[in-house]
Design a protein around this ligand. Structure first.
Ligand code: AKG
Ligand code: FE2
Length: 243
């Protein structure tokens, strides 16, 4: 079965474009039809998702086996946590689970089955329907495409302040699609936008079936997920890029 994804037909690019132009960001709840959103959420929660752990402490960004990370000895985990604690006080650090969907698909690997709805999101994000929607709300005229990564933030996961600009990547806009039912902002995992004075200018809670879109560069961070968050924060995220 293939998942057919549709944007909410009530979304009007003519209303959204001026908001995006004014603020450089947009939060759109109810972006997909409810049936697709539920199918995507179920896929993200499925045990088949090939999550890896991705992190950055003092040095380069690193990927590793999730099983290995989750079964570190208490001594090795304590050493990792101590390194993160020292690094995250001032540096750009992060810790979360990832599946680099577009990397796999572009390399010819489609997994299908329980994961098909997630791969269908990648296809939808690169369909004329979605790219035209993006062009209409952003005014972008260049040829664009979207990459995609599934992300999962569990208690203790976070993404420190950064602005998404990476030379050579031609990232124009960042997008985040959230698929955790019933998330509460006080569990953490909030996408915070930071102003020049270091304040949180605005925070987007990962509302189920919402699209967050913002221009690059924009300083932002995902707040630390609290130990008492009862479920993981599940998203599909990436960048609208110029070819
Ligand atoms: O998950 C989010 O809300 C934002 C993720 C993000 O900023 C990133 O992956 O660069
Ligand atoms: Fe980011």
């Amino acid at each position: 079965m293939t998942t057919s994804i549709h944007l909410d037909p009530g979304l009007d690019p003519r209303q959204l474009a001026p908001v995006l132009a004014q603020f450089g960001r947009l939060h759109l709840p109810g972006v997909f039809d409810p049936g697709s959103a539920v199918a995507i959420a179920q896929a993200l929660a499925a045990p088949q998702v090939p999550w890896i752990k991705t992190w950055r402490t003092l040095g380069a960004s690193l990927d590793g086996s999730l099983e290995a990370f989750d079964s570190l000895t208490p001594e090795n985990r304590a050493a990792f946590d101590a390194e993160m604690k020292a690094a995250a006080r001032g540096g750009f650090c992060f810790l979360f689970d990832a599946w680099r969907v577009s990397k796999d698909i572009e390399a010819g690997q489609r997994r299908g089955g329980a994961l098909e709805p997630i791969e269908a999101v990648y296809d939808f994000l690169n369909s004329e329907t979605f790219l035209t929607f993006i062009r209409r709300i952003t005014g972008e005229t260049r040829e664009i495409f979207c990459d995609a990564m599934a992300s999962r933030y569990r208690p203790g996961d976070f993404l420190a302040a950064h602005d998404d600009a990476v030379s050579g990547q031609r990232r124009l806009w960042a997008y985040v699609l959230n698929f955790t039912p019933g998330w509460r902002a006080d569990w953490g995992g909030v996408l915070n936008f930071l102003d020049e004075d270091g304040h949180v200018a605005e925070g987007y809670s990962p509302v189920f079936n919402a699209l967050n879109l913002f221009s690059i560069p924009t300083p932002h961070a995902v707040s630390y997920v609290a130990p008492y968050a009862p479920s993981p924060r599940l998203s599909i995220t990436g960048w609208v890029r110029a070819r």
